[in-house]
Design a binder for this molecule. Structure first.
Ligand code: TRP
Length: 364
């Protein structure tokens, strides 16, 4: 463990919440695909993390398989990185439990993601049932006020604020430290979690009396903003996404529906690329997007032609995605076999670290 590692280790995970889309691809996955050839990479499906905010577990196992398929669709290769499911490697729970013994609750309560997400979920749960929410709030607010809290903290006193949800960053710290990750590719929204991981690792190392666990660094890569068909952020819940591995025909139909400059009515009207979804996509797929924008501004090309060209530019990539999905359609057991093989590799690394951890903490 202590010998100098020639190649750095990368660990990252995603919660299995349903099919991925091009926003996920450009935002994270494309980067992971590149990392798998540069580093020793562990990519896992954070199914336990999905439980921290889930109302039920319907679809959890299926979403896990779907995520494996999406990852391979994007170009991750189980020969070049370790792909596994968190719950298959029990050491994640063991290390998280030990880390939980050393993590002050105050650190967790300070985590901005916890409060924001909790409030969002709380509102979502009672959407369209404001009377029920008022009732629930009446009870919990009375509770909150009795404890001297602000009304905004109502959610904190609701049954949605679980122990597991509060402890999300502890489990995440364990995920990362279990493989000695030097680098963790994450989005900006995850930085508070990663900072907590670093703090937990430092405290753990103090207890262990030696720098046993590696303090991870975030790996922030600038990723382009991918708008959805309607111009808002691409998101499954907005229904404005193009899925990874989407059929060419339906992708073409979606491109035709993309939001463009409403002032450009006739093809030769001068257009405004800023705010136009088709133009945003040209920036991603068209090496010569600048010319495209000039032609839009001058009224040389209309939106129809611009969309047609975009579809042509996107087609080869979309076809590659589809082709990589094919083996999974023919062989329904393939995703499970990939997970089983990945779990074995991950377990070997995790078991080695846990043996060092248990000995350093004088547990055995
Ligand atoms: N919190 C991450 C997310 O929601 C998922 C995650 C869980 C993760 N454990 C991790 C990411 C460890 C990186 C490293 O996107």
């Amino acid at each position: 463990m202590e010998e100098k590692k020639a190649v750095k280790t990368v660990v990252s995970g995603m919660r299995p919440t349903g099919r991925l889309h091009l926003g996920n691809y450009w935002g994270a996955l494309r980067n992971w695909v590149e990392l798998q050839d540069k580093y020793r990479c562990f990519f896992f499906i954070a199914d336990w993390h999905a439980l921290t905010t889930a109302e039920d577990t319907v679809g959890l196992r299926d979403n896990t398989r779907l995520l494996v398929v999406d990852w391979l669709t994007a170009g991750l290769d189980p020969e070049r990185c370790v792909i596994f499911r968190q719950s298959d490697v029990k050491e994640h729970a063991e290390l998280a439990l030990l880390m939980g013994m050393m993590t002050p609750i105050s650190w967790l309560l300070r985590n901005p993601t916890f409060k924001e997400q909790l409030l969002e979920l709380y509102k979502a749960r009672y959407k369209g049932q404001e009377d029920k929410m008022r009732k629930a709030e009446g009870v919990t607010r009375a509770l909150a006020e009795a404890h001297g809290h602000e009304a905004e903290e109502t959610a904190l006193h609701s049954d949605m604020a679980t122990y597991g949800f509060l402890g999300y960053p502890v489990l995440q710290a364990a995920d990362i430290a279990l493989y000695g990750a030097d680098l963790v590719p994450v989005g900006k929204d995850q930085l508070p979690h990663l900072e907590l991981s670093r703090e937990i690792v430092r405290r753990f190392n103090r207890a262990a009396g030696k720098p046993l666990l590696v303090e991870p660094e975030p790996l922030l890569t600038s990723s382009p903003l991918v708008p959805g068909l309607d111009g808002r952020k691409m998101s499954k819940s907005y229904g404005n996404a193009i899925e990874l591995g989407e059929d060419l025909k339906s992708a073409e139909a979606k491109i035709k529906k993309m939001f463009t400059d409403p002032k450009k009515i006739k093809a030769d009207d001068p257009g405004h690329p800023e705010g136009c979804v088709v133009c945003a996509f040209h920036r991603l797929y068209n090496p010569d997007w600048k010319t495209r924008e000039e032609e839009c501004r001058s009224g040389k090309t209309g939106c129809g032609a611009c969309k047609k060209q975009l579809f042509e530019l996107m087609s080869p990539g979309l076809a590659d995605f589809k082709a990589r999905r094919e083996p999974f359609e023919k062989d329904p057991g393939l995703a499970d076999r990939i997970l089983a093989a990945g779990a074995e590799k991950a377990r070997a690394a995790a078991a080695e670290l846990m043996s060092a951890v248990n000995s350093a903490l004088r547990i055995r």
